[in-house]
Design a protein around this ligand. Structure first.
Ligand SMILES: [Zn+2]
Ligand SMILES: [Zn+2]
Length: 298
């Protein structure tokens, strides 16, 4: 075991990932997500319960960016009947993004947050095999809206790139791994769809800071101008599906979409595995009980 770990320390990041998987299979430990015991030997040290504990989002959401809205589902359905454009968040109303729509499979929390952490920071590339099918489900929810649904036009799939030094350090681009698994799943279930992975289209030209510790304004400036498009590989008017692991404030998705549209992409769609949602107290938009409240705050 110690010898294997010593070997792992010297190996490249990609090779280390494979070696870690082998060590885990040979010496099963606890689940890396919930710390519960693993009841069977498995390549990925994640228990069956955690693997199946990621419910899809069922919130009332912005029609463009999927930001959770401060209303309940019933009110959202009621309101949508009277608004052709659907419900929009403040950000999309005041400053519409250059993408058509961004969807995410689940809220970024609990088991999903832990699994994404293992994928990005613990060199466990194999976790993408569990998460990719969830991304495929998110892609399914926008696929019908793309031009391909009517014209059989190809949809170009582009993962958000890492800066080269970050890519070398991690050994892989987690968004590209997720995209590959999701596409394999979709090729199997929907062989009639034409989805083509073209990772070379987008390149990160600055080593940006991690967005997570930054406030929304800093996030905007952190990624401003950070992406370049390889114009030789993009066909004018094509539709692009941008893939990322997490959508937080949308600064990265907005900036990548801006660069892709400027380089000639006709439309850009965004699919992420997870969506950070601000915790809110659900308030009914037209809650009749509020107007009868004894405090008279309705
Ligand atoms: Zn677990
Ligand atoms: Zn929005």
């Amino acid at each position: 075991m110690r010898l294997l770990q010593r070997l792992a320390g010297r190996a490249t990041a990609a090779f280390r990932s494979v070696l870690d998987d082998l060590v885990t299979t040979a010496f099963p430990s606890d689940c890396r997500v919930c710390n519960g015991p693993l009841l069977r030997s498995t390549i990925l040290p994640i228990c069956d319960n955690c693997r199946t504990s990621v419910p899809p989002q069922t919130l009332a959401m912005c029609r463009i960016c999927s930001e959770a809205l401060d209303i309940d589902m019933e009110s959202a359905r009621f309101a949508s009947q009277f608004m052709d454009e659907g419900l929009l968040c403040d950000g999309c109303r005041t400053d519409p993004p250059k993408f058509e729509r961004a969807v995410a499979y689940a809220v970024y929390r609990k088991e999903l947050r832990e699994m994404i952490h293992l994928l990005k920071y613990e060199r466990m590339g194999g976790v993408a095999k569990l998460l990719g099918p969830m991304l495929a489900a998110a892609i399914l929810s926008i696929k019908a809206e793309t031009a391909q649904a009517e014209t059989a036009q190809e949809l170009i799939v582009v993962p958000v790139p890492l800066f080269p030094s970050k890519l070398r350090q991690r050994g892989y681009n987690q968004s590209e791994l997720l995209a590959k698994v999701a596409l394999a799943e979709l090729h199997r279930t929907r062989p009639d769809w034409r989805l083509r992975l073209q990772s070379e289209i987008l390149r990160r030209r600055r080593d940006t800071r991690s967005q997570f510790a930054l406030n929304p304004t800093s996030r905007y400036w952190n990624v401003k101008g950070a992406f370049a498009v390889n114009r030789n590989s993009i066909r004018p008017g094509c539709e692009v599906l941008l893939i990322d692991d997490i959508y937080t404030t949308g600064a990265t998705a907005r900036e990548c979409s801006r660069a892709l549209r400027r380089a000639g992409a006709g439309k850009v769609w965004v699919a992420t595995l997870a969506r950070a949602q601000t915790p809110r107290i659900p308030v009914a938009m037209w809650d009749e009980t509020r107007s009868h409240s004894p405090q008279g705050f309705g």
